[in-house]
Ligand binder design. Structure first.
Ligand SMILES: Cc1cc2nc3c(=O)[nH]c(=O)nc-3n(C[C@H](O)[C@H](O)[C@H](O)COP(=O)(O)OP(=O)(O)OC[C@H]3O[C@@H](n4cnc5c(N)ncnc54)[C@H](O)[C@@H]3O)c2cc1C
Length: 465
C-alpha cells in the first residue's frame, strides 16, 4: 500500500460530473493556497463522464444520459470557463421553447401565454377556474395544511393544494415524470422542486412569484449543452493539470484508519487523507458502509430504478408535419409506456445531418421499471408504435439505438429532506469524508456538479489548513 504524500492525498471515487467537479474544485483551492495536493479520481468504467455520455454513430450525436443541463449554478459556469469550454456552450434553438403534453389522445401545447394555455384543452373549464384562483390560496406557512402528509408534502399534494387536482394531474405530474421518471405522488415537493416551494414561501403564491420575477427581469435559468455533446465537460475536466484520473478501477471499500482512509479498488489499496465518494446509487451506499452503517442504511432506502433511452432517426420528410419543438411528455392513463420524447435535431443544432429527424424516447423509471427491461427489438418496436400514435411518425427509421441505465435517477420520496438530515448527521463527524453525487441534493447535472464542487472545496480546505 502506497503512503500519502506529505501535502495530502484526496481520493475521489467516481469520475462522473460530480466527482470530477470535486477534483477540479480541490485543485483550484490548492492553487489558491499555493500548495500541492495529490488529487486522484478512481473510475470504475473505461471512460469518464458517468451518465453524461455522448456517442457518435451514422453522423448522429447521441446523448445516452443527460441531453442538456440547467444553467443555474455559478460554480458550473466557473468550471466550464476553467476548462476552456465557454465557447462551446450551446443554447437550444428558439423553437425548443415549444413543449407538449400528450393527453386525451393528442399533443397539447404547454404555452406560457394564459390564453393559449386555456385554449390547449389540457385543462377543462373547472380546472382552469381553479388554477386561476392560485393567488388566493393560503400558503402553507399561513396555516393551510390541507393535503400535507407529515412533515413533507408530495409534489402532487403541493400542486393540488396550490393549483387544483386537475392541474396537478394533467400539468405537473407529467413534468415530474419527465424529470424524475417517477410518480408525483411519491416525490417530495421540497426535494424535487425546491424552487417552487421557495416561491410559495417567499410570495405566498406561485403566480405572484412568477410575476415578481418578470418584473425584476429575471429570466428562468436556461437549458444548455455543448457543441460536441454533454460528455465534452467531464472529458475536459479530466484533462486539466493537477488531476490524475485512473479508469477501470472499481472501488470496493473505503475504510477509516485513524484520521486517514484506505481505499480498496481492483488495483489494490491506496491510503488517502480525504475521500470524496461520488459514485452513483446503489454503489455509493456500499462505499459509505465502510465509514457509517447508519448513513449507508438510509442511502439504501433511496430507490434508483432503471431507464432505457431509445434513439430513432428518420428522414426529415417523415416528420415534416411536426412543428419544431423540444418534444413532449406523456400523461399517465393514455395507454402509452413512453415517458416522453425529445426532438433532438429540433432542440440543439449539430445533433444530426440536415434532412434527419432524431427522436430520443425515454422508458422506465419508478412509473414503469419493467419497460426498461424489455429487449432491444421490443423497445424499438414499442417506440415506433408509440411515435406513430403520439407524434404521427409513420416511417421506417434510418437508424436506432438503445441505451440502458440500471440505476438511472434517484427518487426523492416524501420525507427525503429528513432522510438527508439523518445522513448528514451520521457523516458530519467523520472528518475527511465527503459524499457527493446526486443522491441527496438534486438529481440534475448542475446540482450534482455544485454538490461535488462543494465537497472538493471543503476536502481541500481541511487538508490545506
Ligand atoms: C436517462 C437520463 C437522462 C437524464 N437527463 C438529464 C438532463 O437532461 N439534465 C440533467 O441535468 N440531468 C439529467 N440526468 C441526470 C444526470 O445524468 C445526473 O445528474 C448526473 O449524471 C449525476 O452525476 P454524478 O457524477 O453524480 O453521477 P454519475 O453520472 O452516475 O457518475 C457516477 C460515476 O461513478 C462511477 N462509479 C460507480 N461506482 C463506482 C465504484 N465502486 N468505483 C469507482 N467508480 C464508480 C460510475 O461509473 C460513474 O462514472 C439524466 C439521467 C439519466 C439516467
Amino acid at each position: 500500500m502506497s503512503e500519502p504524500p506529505a501535502a495530502g492525498r484526496l481520493m475521489v471515487v467516481g469520475g462522473g460530473p460530480s466527482g470530477l467537479a470535486a477534483a477540479w474544485k480541490a485543485s483550484v483551492e490548492a492553487d489558491r493556497a499555493g500548495a500541492s495536493l495529490e488529487i486522484v479520481v478512481l473510475e470504475a468504467d473505461d471512460q469518464v463522464g458517468g451518465k453524461a455520455r455522448t456517442e457518435h454513430a451514422a453522423d448522429l450525436l447521441i446523448e445516452t444520459g443527460p441531453q442538456g443541463f440547467l444553467d443555474d449554478q455559478p460554480v458550473l459556469r466557473e468550471m466550464i470557463d476553467a476548462c476552456g469550454l465557454k465557447g462551446e456552450v450551446l443554447a437550444p434553438e428558439p423553437a425548443a421553447n415549444r413543449r407538449y403534453i400528450y393527453r386525451g389522445g393528442k399533443l397539447r401545447e404547454l404555452s406560457r401565454s394564459p390564453l393559449a394555455f386555456a385554449r390547449s384543452g389540457l385543462l377543462g373549464p373547472l380546472g382552469l377556474a381553479r388554477l386561476a384562483m392560485e393567488p388566493l390560496v393560503r400558503s402553507r406557512q399561513d396555516g393551510n395544511t390541507e393535503g400535507v402528509a407529515g412533515e413533507d408534502e408530495s409534489l402532487y399534494d403541493f400542486a393540488a393544494r396550490r393549483m387544483g387536482r386537475q392541474a396537478a394531474r394533467r400539468r405537473i405530474a407529467p413534468v415530474g415524470v419527465g424529470i424524475f421518471a417517477g410518480a408525483a405522488r411519491k416525490r417530495s415537493a421540497a426535494a424535487a422542486f425546491p424552487r417552487l416551494v421557495a416561491m410559495e414561501r417567499a410570495y405566498g403564491s406561485l403566480f405572484k412569484a412568477m410575476r415578481a420575477g418578470r418584473r425584476r427581469g429575471a429570466p428562468p435559468p436556461g437549458h444548455r449543452t455543448f457543441l460536441e455533446g454533454i460528455q465534452s465537460l467531464p472529458r475536459a475536466v479530466a484533462a486539466l493539470p493537477g488531476i490524475e484520473v485512473r479508469c477501470n478501477q472499481r472501488v470496493t471499500a473505503i475504510e477509516r484508519r485513524g484520521k486517514a482512509f484506505t481505499v480498496t479498488s481492483s488495483a489494490g489499496d491506496v491510503g488517502a487523507d480525504a475521500v470524496v465518494a461520488a459514485a452513483d446509487l446503489p454503489a455509493a451506499a456500499d462505499l459509505v458502509d465502510g465509514v457509517s452503517a447508519a448513513a449507508a442504511g438510509e442511502l439504501r432506502q433511496i430507490e434508483s430504478p432503471p431507464m432505457a433511452v431509445v434513439h430513432t432517426a428518420f428522414e426529415a420528410g417523415a416528420a415534416a408535419h411536426i412543428e419544431p419543438a423540444y418534444g413532449f411528455l406523456v400523461a399517465r392513463g393514455e395507454g402509452i409506456r413512453m415517458l416522453g420524447c425529445q426532438y433532438e435535431t429540433a432542440t440543439f443544432r449539430g445533433r444530426g445531418p440536415d434532412g434527419t429527424f432524431l427522436a430520443r424516447s425515454l422508458f422506465g423509471g419508478s412509473i414503469d421499471a419493467e419497460a426498461a427491461d424489455l429487449g432491444d427489438v421490443q423497445l424499438v418496436d414499442l417506440t415506433l408504435r408509440e411515435l406513430r400514435r403520439t407524434a404521427g411518425i409513420d416511417a421506417e427509421p434510418t437508424w436506432t439505438s438503445v441505451a440502458r441505465w440500471p440505476h438511472a435517477i434517484p427518487q426523492y420520496a416524501p420525507g427525503h429532506p429528513q432522510r438527508v438530515a439523518r445522513i448528514e448527521a451520521a457523516l458530519d463527524p467523520i472528518a475527511g469524508f465527503h459524499l457527493a453525487g446526486n443522491a441527496l441534493h438534486g438529481v440534475g447535472l448542475s446540482r450534482a456538479i455544485a454538490v461535488g464542487a462543494e465537497c472538493g472545496e471543503s476536502a481541500a480546505r481541511q487538508l490545506l489548513n
